[in-house]
Design a protein around this ligand. Structure first.
Ligand code: SF4
Length: 344
């Protein structure tokens, strides 16, 4: 597409549209909002031991601003919201933020990704707020390995959190496991067995390069294709099934209530079907996880911008989305030190 432009004005048509689209014909209906940067874990592939320079509170979007953004986003085709962080359950008003999103006309699904440490005590409030789905980030079922990966304790609390979410009957409970060679790849079968015991989806996710010390360069990268091949060898009866709109490699084992998904988060071979928009906790729109180019929505909000200006910034950001995550990464240096500052 030789007429692609990464900057410059939008065609009038795109401005008029009641939805978000780009120059490749993709339409975006899924907004991932980071509600904070703080986290109560220090995962080795995300942050250095001492953490990162978290932004001061005044630089982060307020609850009122987040609610307003969700409302405006619902008028431009966003139907699915995912709250992330940092660790979103550390946000004191996370239940009311979820409730507001669930109550916004046009928003059909509201999900949240958590490390699960605070889930035992927060699950009920989230369920009452109407949350549709929870993804729990958990890379090991071994206690000492949990300490090595997260530099903290808490495995039992995370598993307790998963149990509470299942008991409360959330429509969707998923486990996000970052699969790493020579690190936790010997636990693949243990995680698959979770889908025998519970109606959960275990998602094996490729390691992504969003940490200042680039752990992914240390031979731990486990490519999605290879993981699928290994799973098929381990479980010849593995059967492809439908997954959610953002999951493409999804399987089930006969008689197992749960499902298994493999997410090529680094391989980026599914970008042609991308539906995602990201908003960082400090109010910047990212049109791709790998894009270094950001659009300052916080400034529009704090300069008294009206709903049309908010909508137009989303449209501008998405119209200028590059063809795929590889192109996005090629076009510049990542200025954020850690995934906790992007929101995943
Ligand atoms: S890499 Fe970028 S374009 Fe590709 S799926 Fe992820 S967010 Fe979408």
């Amino acid at each position: 597409m030789d007429t692609f432009t990464e900057t410059g004005p939008l065609p009038t048509a795109a401005l008029k549209d009641g939805f978000l689209s780009d120059q490749f014909g993709r339409v975006f209906n899924y907004l991932r909002i980071a509600v904070n940067e703080q986290c109560n874990l220090r995962c080795v592939y995300c942050m250095p031991p001492g953490g990162v320079d978290f932004q001061p509170k005044k630089e982060l979007l307020t609850t009122r601003e987040i609610n307003r953004i969700v409302r405006v986003a619902s008028t431009i085709g966003i139907t699915k919201i995912r709250f992330t962080g940092g660790e979103p359950l550390l946000h004191p008003q996370i239940a009311s933020i979820v409730r507001a999103a669930v109550g916004t006309p046009g928003i059909e699904e509201v999900h949240l990704t958590t490390n699960g440490l605070l889930l035992p005590e927060k699950a009920e409030a989230l369920k009452l707020a109407g949350l549709h789905g929870i993804n729990i980030s958990l890379d090991t079922l071994d206690d000492s390995r949990f300490r090595t990966i997260t530099r903290k304790t808490g495995l039992l609390r995370v598993l307790e959190g998963m149990e509470s979410a299942l008991e409360l009957g959330f429509p969707s409970v998923k486990i996000n496991m970052v699969a790493m060679r020579g690190f936790n790849d010997d636990e693949i079968t243990n995680f698959v067995e979770l889908t025998k015991q519970h109606p959960v989806t275990v998602r094996f996710i490729e390691l992504m390069p969003f940490d200042s010390h680039q752990i992914w360069k240390t031979g731990k990268f486990y490519q999605a294709e290879h993981l699928i091949a290994d799973l098929t060898t381990l479980y010849p009866e593995l059967t492809p099934v439908d997954g959610s709109s953002t999951e493409h490699h999804v399987f089930r084992l006969p008689g197992y209530p749960g499902k298994i998904a493999v997410i090529p988060a680094y391989s980026r071979n599914l970008c042609s079907g991308c539906t995602r928009v990201r908003l960082t906790a400090d109010g910047y729109i990212r049109n791709c996880l790998y894009s270094h180019r950001e659009y300052n929505l916080r400034q529009v909000l704090r300069n008294g911008g009206d709903d049309r200006e908010i909508a137009n910034l989303f449209k501008t950001a998405m119209w200028h989305k590059l063809e795929d995550g590889w192109e996005a990464q090629r076009r510049g240096e990542e200025h954020r030190e850690s995934m906790t500052q992007i929101g995943g």
